[in-house]
Design a protein around this ligand. Structure first.
Ligand SMILES: NC(=O)c1ccc[n+]([C@@H]2O[C@H](COP(=O)([O-])OP(=O)(O)OC[C@H]3O[C@@H](n4cnc5c(N)ncnc54)[C@H](OP(=O)(O)O)[C@@H]3O)[C@@H](O)[C@H]2O)c1
Length: 210
């Protein structure tokens, strides 16, 4: 699958990219700055031509994954126009409001994923995932003992993202409709608080009962 990572030059984007490259997916690194995108593509072992502007990555990709800070979610999605029409957009955005990142602070739309869907319109299938996974761990070869909650209004699109989570070495779970993304997004602030209070580096979540 050709996966466009929008904001792919950052911590989470590079982590997911490295895992998907190892799983033999074609990865496109999107950025606001083509030079930066090409530099990171080469750093990840890709041809420099795999680095490009976000709008071009969105256009060329079969599927896209958004990995930018919440404050820049709207501007990034607005900058790609209708390039994700009839495609899946994986939204990994967590609506953190620095400096109080240990406090759950949700946007008026209900969640970052719901906001992404309202920006993109009905032609794009937004699926929420990866909010509770450490970018730092993704950038290593280590096994990651953390599950992924995958929510979205389209069953097949969710199933595709669960497969991509598996390709990244992660267990994904169908977590219901897109509005449920609020739970995964809110959990991130709790995990940050747990990391701090319990001196952990990469706390995560695990579904039990199987
Ligand atoms: N870090 C984690 O462990 C982690 C885990 C799960 C979820 N998340 C979520 O994933 C998202 C990305 O996190 P991250 O840690 O990867 O973020 P990051 O490294 O701080 O930034 C990611 C990319 O966002 C783009 N960006 C930065 N400022 C921007 C601006 N003013 N306008 C437009 N784009 C801008 C940059 O790309 P260009 O400069 O190349 O355009 C940057 O490389 C966040 O919503 C975060 O909450 C993070």
């Amino acid at each position: 699958m050709k996966i466009a990572i929008l904001g792919g030059t950052g911590a989470l984007g590079k982590g997911l990219a490295s895992r998907w490259i190892k799983a033999n997916h074609e990865v496109l690194i999107g950025s606001r700055d083509i030079n930066k995108a090409q530099e990171i593509a080469v750093e990840l072992g890709l041809e420099s031509s795999a680095g490009m502007l976000n709008i071009d990555a969105a256009d060329l990709g079969d599927i896209a994954c958004l990995t930018v800070p919440f404050a820049h979610q709207e501007s990034t999605l607005s900058s790609i126009g209708n390039k994700l029409e009839d495609k899946i957009l994986i939204d990994a955005t967590v609506p953190l409001v620095p400096p109080k990142v240990m406090r759950v602070q949700l946007p008026p739309e209900g969640s970052a994923a719901m906001k992404a869907q309202s920006i993109m319109g009905e032609g794009t299938k937004v699926v929420s995932a990866f909010q509770n996974i450490s970018a730092e761990l993704l950038q290593t070869d280590k096994e990651i003992d953390c599950d992924v909650l995958v929510s979205g209004d389209f069953l097949e699109a969710r199933a595709t993202v669960i497969e991509l989570a598996a390709d990244a070495g992660l267990k994904g779970w169908h977590a219901g409709p897109l509005c449920n993304s609020v739970a995964a997004e809110a959990l991130t602030s709790i995990l940050i608080a747990i990391n701090k209070k319990h001196s952990l580096q990469h706390s995560g979540i695990k579904i039990t009962g199987h």
